[in-house]
Write a protein that binds this ligand. Structure first.
Ligand code: SF4
Length: 128
């Protein structure tokens, strides 16, 4: 699976809602694997990914109609956690990120996302 950096957070907060039925089906498919399969690997990409592939906002390879916002989310989480375009074991990386994440960092990365107030991001990432 290919994953852009900020989706390391979305896949934790996801609670079954999304941009379209096809998007939700694709999210369900990947999130089930990410959360339940120990050792499942993801390759980080600084572009559109396996979740974008079913999203109505995707305009083309590497192009989202919300790039103004999502490229900033990608840049911030990449800088905070020194992410690289390479393979990681998803759950190992999530454990590392969640152990270091503070409420201020999460607010800085995700504060203007419309899903942030309504999804389980804070609870699942910060444990509160
Ligand atoms: S295309 Fe844009 S809005 Fe859709 S999942 Fe990818 S980053 Fe998110």
């Amino acid at each position: 699976m290919v994953m852009r950096p900020h989706h390391l957070l979305c896949t934790q907060g996801y609670s079954g809602k999304g941009y379209s039925p096809e998007f939700v089906r694709n999210m369900d498919h990947w999130v089930e694997r990410l959360r339940n399969r120990e050792g499942f690997r993801v390759r980080i990409t600084f572009s559109t990914d396996s979740l974008c592939s079913s999203c109505p906002h995707k305009q083309g390879e590497g192009l989202c109609d919300d790039d103004d916002k999502v490229l900033v989310y990608d840049r911030k989480i990449t800088e905070y956690f020194h992410l690289e375009e390479k393979e990681y074991v998803y759950q190992d990386l999530i454990r590392q990120i969640d152990a270091q994440m503070t409420p201020e960092m999460l607010q800085d990365i995700c504060g203007n996302c419309s899903w942030y107030p309504v999804s389980a991001c804070r609870k699942n990432i910060l444990g509160k």
